[in-house]
Design a protein. Sequence first.
Lengths: 245, 245
Amino acid sequence: MQNEGEFLAGYDPAAYPSMAVTVDVVALTIRDGRLCVLLVERAEHPFAGRRALPGGFVREEALDVAAMRELEEETGVQLERVHLEQLKTYGNPGRDPRMRVFSVAYLAFAPSLPEPESGSDASGAYWVPVEEATGLAFDHDAILADGLDRARSKIEYTPLATAFAGDEFTISELRQIYAAVWGEELHAGNFHRKVLSVPGFVESTGETAARGGERGGPKPKLYRAGDARLLHPALLRPTREDDVR
Amino acid sequence: MQNEGEFLAGYDPAAYPSMAVTVDVVALTIRDGRLCVLLVERAEHPFAGRRALPGGFVREEALDVAAMRELEEETGVQLERVHLEQLKTYGNPGRDPRMRVFSVAYLAFAPSLPEPESGSDASGAYWVPVEEATGLAFDHDAILADGLDRARSKIEYTPLATAFAGDEFTISELRQIYAAVWGEELHAGNFHRKVLSVPGFVESTGETAARGGERGGPKPKLYRAGDARLLHPALLRPTREDDVR
DNA sequence: TAGGTTCTTCTCAGATCGAGTATTACTCAG
DNA sequence: CTGAGTAATACTCGATCTGAGAAGAACCTA
């Protein structure tokens, strides 16, 4: 882990506090049918030039306030419909070569957002498909993996997949969100039946989309998120024998 | 926007209030058919004389090592079969009147342990039925509530209920564990069918208990925990409409 | 020995599941 | 404008899972 020799050589631990608390955010969204995570390019040592999860030090504020602040700073967007929940805290000695750093990781589900402009002063943040988000700084690979696990199981029994969609969406769009997060296709007819049969998952707007799909098909009906907080019954992933043992 | 490196370079420890990181443990067990939590009586200010979750400062060690250490110090027992998992981190400013304290809470599932002797130098820890564990120090009431939520849902889709049992147990004992954690009775026949039908949940020892129940009934067969890490299908709680919305 | 208790296995109807089919409405290429 | 292909939605079917209850045998205490 401590491959930044020059940096560490000039670093005097005694001059600084021996520990710090940060937040790191695993912010997920769906772009072009792919599950993407928000990454930043690190300018400073350690891990200069490497990609990392957005994050920073916690100020005199609550933890979730710090997480939301970091997320808004990186995306440059006021986030209203974003879902944010605490994921896990990482504090192994040595995970940061400078000092003992405890990082409280958060998981965010965001509807598709504009790419942060690289020219703007906002930040050097950008969305990356999760399969391509490897080799991150610190232990952020592990944090991302934990976030993906959480996201994939959370949409099974909560309506949080709707947090990836706009205010109004079609059943088909919702199905594509599940497909993107789980990385596998779903049976359209069964998914349709299931979503409509779960009380409070979605509610009809009474409207239909302005036009059908790009390659044909009727105009789908529009729905918005319902008031359920849990899905009963749950929308389970196709059984994966491997994960069971 | 500044990243961690820039922040650290200009960081003056004297300009900021001191902070600390602690672990607190929600240790659960079943005693006499009741779900109990391990509490300690605080000797020092703040909250002197109040009950609290066992916990303490994190040393130069991993977080889960700190949690296990605290738990062993309080129970005075070497814990081998205990399940320990991270619960959530609490860091609201003001949750500790002395300074900013971030507490990483852990959740432990323990088989029934002997009551720590109050005469011993081990500690002033004791098991308390969860319904009676109110008015705790700091924000420990909220931490305990979160731990109970987690435990109640975790035994639905993982075999962790077996962590409350001994090495060998009967289906009936397992059912009483579920009943104690969920706070409701379960249909014995259906529970029996369900447990045996989930692959890897339990495996037969081939033995039967030395004697039947205290008030009659045949000698039940003995089982031990199987190798499953997830229950497929899950053992869902009777639907609670209230919790859904 | 009698009566009550518990373990374990069945039964049965209703809900849910995955897989497939059918119908209709739409888009696009030519 | 038309025909081919695609997608939204509804429906069918058999397999599986569910909760509720019943039954029989084993076992305890009185």
